[in-house]
Write a protein that binds this ligand. Structure first.
Ligand SMILES: Nc1ncnc2c1ncn2[C@@H]1O[C@H](COP(=O)(O)OP(=O)(O)OP(=O)(O)O)[C@@H](O)[C@H]1O
Ligand SMILES: [Mg+2]
Length: 138
């Protein structure tokens, strides 16, 4: 799927994306610094009824939120992670195999994410517009 959105229509984009995901849980968000990974994850969480503040867990590595349906969402930022071992120590595997939604920023820092994850690519096409491309695993 491909979505082009600004902050003005990010909620609609997030809603479309949630429908597209169906029951898949592990989602890797690729994109340069400032591409809009955290901003889009925040929009998805809002659509799912998360009341907590959604912000980049760069230092804490993993944030946990609760949806309106009382499900957990794990928001993982691997930017500061050096290798698989560090990610395992931080508890990333538990999140991935929990069956709960896991949104992962900087997934390319490790090579321990499941092959059947959903890969999302976010690109800046102008100051305000972003393009999101998503491939479901085959
Ligand atoms: N259409 C858009 N979608 C998402 N973010 C946008 C959009 N237009 C502008 N922005 C801005 O781009 C910036 C994106 O920052 P954000 O923290 O989400 O990026 P990121 O990809 O998570 O960066 P990092 O790699 O540092 O984690 C924010 O300031 C946001 O307001
Ligand atoms: Mg971020």
């Amino acid at each position: 799927m491909e979505l082009i959105f600004s902050l003005a229509d990010i909620e609609i984009a997030a809603e479309e994306f949630i429908h597209f995901l169906k029951d898949r849980t592990v989602v890797a968000f690729h994109g340069n610094l400032g591409a809009g990974k955290t901003t889009f994850i925040k929009a998805i969480c809002k659509q799912l009824g998360v009341k907590e503040n959604v912000s980049s867990p760069t230092f804490s590595i993993i944030n946990q939120y609760t949806t309106a349906n009382n499900k957990s969402i794990f928001h993982i930022d691997l930017y500061r992670i050096k290798d698989n071992e560090e990610a395992v120590s931080a508890g990333v595997e538990e999140c991935i195999y929990s069956g709960d939604l896991c949104f992962i920023e900087w997934p390319e820092r490790v090579c321990m994410l499941p092959a059947d994850r959903v890969n999302v690519f976010i690109d800046t096409i102008s100051e305000r517009k972003r393009k999101l491309m998503c491939k479901l695993p085959s």
